[in-house]
Design a protein around this ligand. Structure first.
Ligand SMILES: [Zn+2]
Length: 254
């Protein structure tokens, strides 16, 4: 005779399903101790990861991730001309364009890039209220060259390559290189404005001055020319209108 088969009715007091025994034993003896260990290990790992990330971030220079808008680069352009030499060694008081409007032209630029250049020049005219620009087909003062190749893995967006006439304090035909980038699309063309203003002697603003268009990095698409820089430019070029005939004489000596 066989013992009575255990009932499978849960309400029967003799109900003793196989899984109850196994699962309780299993949970208490195997899973829980293991889970405890696992949770502890996980918590320690997360904590270590957080500490490591904090340390990494504290040493990380975020500014380097921003894009440089331009550098003044030493360059000798042609006989009779010399460049201003050292990066950022600009002196608004010393050098100036001998005439206004300053003429410009562009090379290899798309319609979109030309529009940005024109918008940049218009911004400068409006803000300074003294500078003016005019397109020229040849012998331009500023040539914008739009490159199809990126520079320094895209960390250089544009460069001003200024020249001066030897023995004078006059700017000579200069170039602005514009490399492919997509900053501030349909907004203020701050890269172009920044580079053009280098050719008027403006140097870089401190990197933490995020509202200043002369910041060496792209910070804000609504960055502006500082009032201080506008004042400097006004002083020089208002004065120049009076001394323009003198400048012409200086030019004739070259
Ligand atoms: Zn610059």
């Amino acid at each position: 005779m066989k013992p009575q088969k255990p009932t499978q009715n849960p309400e029967d007091p003799r109900f003793d399903p196989w899984w109850r025994d196994i699962s309780i034993k299993f949970i208490f003896r195997r899973i829980l101790p293991f889970m405890g260990k696992f949770i502890k290990t996980l918590a320690v790992s997360v904590l270590l990861a957080v500490v490591l990330l904090c340390v990494l971030f504290s040493f990380y220079d975020f500014a380097e991730q921003e894009k440089i808008t331009g550098k003044i680069i030493a360059r000798t352009t042609r006989t009779g001309l010399e460049n201003l030499g050292i990066e950022d060694d600009f002196n608004t008081e010393e050098f100036h364009w001998p005439h206004l409007p300053v003429t410009f032209n562009y090379e290899n630029c798309s319609r979109w890039q030309i529009k940005r250049i024109e918008k940049a020049l218009e911004y400068i005219e409006n803000r300074t209220e003294v500078l003016s620009f005019k397109r020229a087909d040849s012998k331009e003062d500023i040539l914008f060259v739009c490159s199809k190749e990126r520079k320094n893995n895209g960390s250089t967006l544009a460069e001003s390559l200024p020249s001066i006439y030897i023995g004078t304090k006059l700017y000579a035909p200069s170039t602005i290189m514009i490399y492919p980038s997509y900053y501030c699309i349909n907004q203020r063309p701050i890269v172009e404005i920044h580079e053009v203003m280098h050719l008027f002697g403006l140097e870089h603003a401190p990197a933490n001055d995020s509202k200043n268009i002369m910041n060496p990095y792209v910070t804000r698409c609504d960055a502006e020319l500082s009032q201080q820089d506008i004042k400097k430019i006004r002083e020089i070029y208002s004065r120049q209108i009076v001394t323009i005939s003198k400048s012409k004489k200086e030019m004739q000596k070259i």
